[in-house]
Design a protein around this ligand. Structure first.
Ligand code: NAP
Length: 310
């Protein structure tokens, strides 16, 4: 047993409750690997979990270490693990059924099915930024079968999920329209996306851009974007939301991202083929996680916020 530095919540709470402290190493079983982390990333779900909003299906235990994105090096493998070795550099989305041993720490634990090799072409920060948003984007676009020739609308295109989703849709040969405030329009143009401002008049602006209607939409906002997408012409069965479970009542798909090593490899293949980048726009050392949560809670993140781990 050894100790490690971690950021913990002693109870459900918010930014003011985060503590930088020493905790024991995470317990790991025969089917798991222990990863020495170099970086993790901040996702809005981290502070939603921290507030207790997901307790009914992903209960927390305290002290709770938040975080599900991992980038680091395997330092131990369980006796039943195959396919991974000590010394492998990996990235992963390491969500487990009980939220306790997360990734805001020097070490975390993962099953091999949650991780994939880190491509040499990306740094640790980028590797940590990819897994959760990348898997969400990929699994959402798959749920509504986005393909070549589609006109796809991505709501919150400049955020973590949106930034990856637009690039995957482009890589598939779709035409991509993305909503963002005007401050992010140049950024979206740089990703090959046609930007459109959200808010009053969005439907009319969309009709101007796509007079024949859109084919498909990804809602990462959850404030009426599902209805608007259907009004803009999308087949309800090809509207996916990651922020509004009521999409199902309208015939659309709700996605809650799942760990999946094959999907991670699809994403890292796109990175290696230079068809996907994960823009990291802010980096904080782990012990400044509170500032990173403050930045995330503004709702204005472009790309990703990363925490580095010494
Ligand atoms: N179900 C799942 O599995 C799953 C997985 C991942 C994320 N999520 C959820 O999906 C949401 C997005 O996640 P994320 O990681 O992409 O968040 P994020 O990175 O924090 O998103 C920030 C972005 O949202 C944009 N934005 C804010 N309000 C908007 C609006 N009304 N219309 C369009 N864009 C708007 C901002 O653009 P501007 O600055 O230009 O306004 C900013 O670029 C969160 O609620 C998250 O919890 C769900």
């Amino acid at each position: 047993m050894f100790g490690m530095k971690a950021v913990v919540l002693p109870r459900y709470g918010g930014i003011q409750d985060l503590e930088s402290t020493d905790v024991p190493e995470p317990p790991h079983g025969p089917n798991e690997v222990l990863i020495a982390l170099k970086a993790t990333s901040v996702n809005p779900v981290d502070w939603k979990v921290g507030a207790g909003y997901l307790d009914s299906f992903l209960p927390g235990e305290f002290p709770l270490i938040p975080g599900w994105d991992a980038a680091g090096t395997i330092v131990e493998t369980g006796s039943a693990v195959t396919g991974c070795r000590v010394g492998d550099d990996v990235l992963g989305y390491v969500r487990r059924p009980v939220v306790k041993w997360g990734t805001y720490a020097e070490y975390t634990v993962a099953e091999p099915g949650m991780i994939a090799p880190k491509p040499d072409v990306v740094d640790w920060e980028t590797a940590a930024a990819l897994p959760l948003v990348g898997l969400t984007a990929l699994q959402s676009l798959d749920a509504v079968r986005v393909k070549q020739g589609d006109t796809v609308l991505v709501h919150a295109a400049a955020g973590g999920v949106g930034s990856v989703a637009v690039q995957i849709a482009k890589a598939r040969g779709a035409r991509v329209i993305g909503t963002a405030s005007t401050s992010n329009h140049d950024y979206l143009l740089s990703l090959g996306v046609e930007p459109v401002e959200y808010g009053n008049g969005l439907l009319e602006r969309l009709r101007g851009l796509a007079p024949d209607g859109i084919d498909s939409a990804l809602d990462a906002v959850g404030r009426g974007e599902v209805d608007l997408s259907i009004e803009a012409g999308a087949d309800p069965g090809r509207v996916v939301s990651i922020a509004d479970p009521a999409v199902r009542e309208k015939g659309g798909k709700y996605v809650f991202v799942e760990p999946n090593a094959d999907d991670l490899r699809t994403l890292t293949d796109l990175i290696e083929a230079k068809r996907l980048t994960v823009p990291v726009t802010a980096t904080f050392p782990l012990d400044r996680a509170a500032e990173a949560w403050e930045a995330s809670q503004t709702g204005r993140t472009r790309g990703k916020i990363v925490l580095t781990i010494a």
